[in-house]
Design a protein around this ligand. Structure first.
Ligand SMILES: [Zn+2]
Length: 196
């Protein structure tokens, strides 16, 4: 781990050695410390020089990379609590939406997923990420409506999006909320059940 100053902030940079790089490169991913990848035999001086070389680029990347803004690290919601709450809220919305669209589903499953918000199986199971409970209610609402709409249109074609828009005219706002903040929710790690 190296400490560097970028744009007035001290940033921790992780150093990783890889035989797949010739010189060096920097990898920036939301929610993780930036990574400097160097060749396996790079010495201390070479690593410092490489970091120096990448600093301007790193500064520009970090200025654009989202930092956690939701304050979820202060939350003490356990997974069991989250699932209960999510099930209650998801079920209410799914029921009324299914009635409105005149469709039915078999059951609702809450899942612990690292990359998806919801899915709709051909057997009629609607699955949702329990972490949606950490999102604003209208975002959770949009995801549920999206999946119920899949009971009518099993794809992401134009007819599907038209249906979503008919049911939730402002859905693009919720969709972009997920793009901007979703990673924070996916990164949430609940405290152990013992702490509940
Ligand atoms: Zn979909």
């Amino acid at each position: 781990m190296l400490l560097v100053e970028v744009g007035g902030c001290v940033v921790e940079v992780e150093v990783r050695r890889s035989s797949r790089v010739q010189g060096s490169r920097v990898v920036v991913r939301p929610g993780r410390p930036p990574e400097l990848v160097v060749r396996p035999r790079a010495g201390e001086d070479e690593i410092r020089a490489a970091l120096e070389e990448h600093l301007p680029w790193l500064g520009r990347q970090l200025a654009r990379t989202p930092v956690p803004r939701l304050g979820l690290d202060r939350l003490h919601l356990t997974e069991a609590q989250g699932r209960r709450e999510a099930r209650a809220r998801v079920s209410l919305i799914a029921q009324s939406e299914a009635v409105a669209l005149d469709v039915s589903y078999k059951r609702i499953a809450l899942r612990d997923q690292r990359s998806r918000w919801g899915s709709c199986s051909t057997s009629g199971t609607l699955s949702f990420n329990w972490r949606l409970v950490l999102a604003p209610h209208d975002v959770l609402d949009y995801v549920v409506v999206h999946e119920v709409c899949h009971l009518v249109e099993h794809n992401h074609g134009r007819r599907f999006w038209r249906l979503v828009e008919r049911r939730r005219p402002g859905y693009r706002e919720q969709k972009s909320w997920l793009d901007a903040y979703g990673w924070e929710i996916l990164a949430y790690r609940p405290p152990g059940e013992a702490a509940a």
